[in-house]
Ligand binder design. Sequence first.
Ligand code: SF4
Ligand code: SF4
Length: 312
Amino acid sequence: MKPEVAFYWCASCGGCEEAVLDLAEEILNVVAAVDIVFWPVALDFKESDVAAMEDASITVAFINGAVRTTHELEMARLLRRKSKLVIAFGACAQLGGIPGLANLSENAEILQEVYGAAAPRTEFRDDGHTLTLPELTASVFPLNRAIPVDYYVPGCPPSPTIVQDAFRAVLGGELPEPGAVLAPDHAMCDECPRRDTHPDDLKLDRIYRVQERQLNTGACILAQGVPCLGPATRAGCGARCISGNMPCTGCFGPTTKVRDYGAKALCSIASIVAGDSSGDVDRIFDGIADPVGTFYRYSLAASFLQRKHTEG
Ligand code: SF4
Ligand code: SF4
């Protein structure tokens, strides 16, 4: 009997689903090796199909996206019950991802901003029928705050090589210790083609936004004054953004040595700021227009802070 595989998405952009299709011809090998028993974005399975399955009958469920609604929470719990292994697939499932930045606002503020007076009701009755919508959860959170997660596949989205390696590890039964991130455990700078141009004694007296610089394609981006989070970020993507002459924004998250990705990323920049006075540091850091979006872009929901806290 073939291994049974489920795919599901919670709060995400769909890029992780594309990442599976980005396997190109390799996807034919995956499809031939497994039975896909649930993949609502691609095939017409229903939630009731999953509910009818035996507990722990699915070999592995790949769940992408953060948890943002009560329905996603229910689906995560259902798939956990029905699956032997659950893999948090992509930055949003692993760390909360971009949807986690919603934790900078209250739900009422978000609904007001997006819908104004037309904010959707979670229950609507008409002609004897009742329609319901799921509620927003109080905060956005990564998958492992909803259910136990066995493994993590990083990236926004995960790169084809990382996805291929994850499938091979799962299907070949060659998985590391439970709880592992299925990617190398060293920093992006170590695999960056520009690493030899990163000076050991780098000091920045100004920080630029990427659009303010004509970046030299052969030199370390951080050394050119643009925050590149390669020193804080786990390797494994093949330095995709650097190859496109853009800074690493940290989607592969931290290595195992780091407990709070954003704090590590902030330190990696703070440690190379030139100047001795707090005035110098403030002036240089003024070049970072959006500190939370820069340092916690993918990981706010999984950070020590988790969300914006207000006094009172
Ligand atoms: S800081 Fe960025 S550009 Fe520089 S070596 Fe590290 S990953 Fe490469
Ligand atoms: S370079 Fe950084 S932001 Fe870009 S894909 Fe790789 S880990 Fe993600």
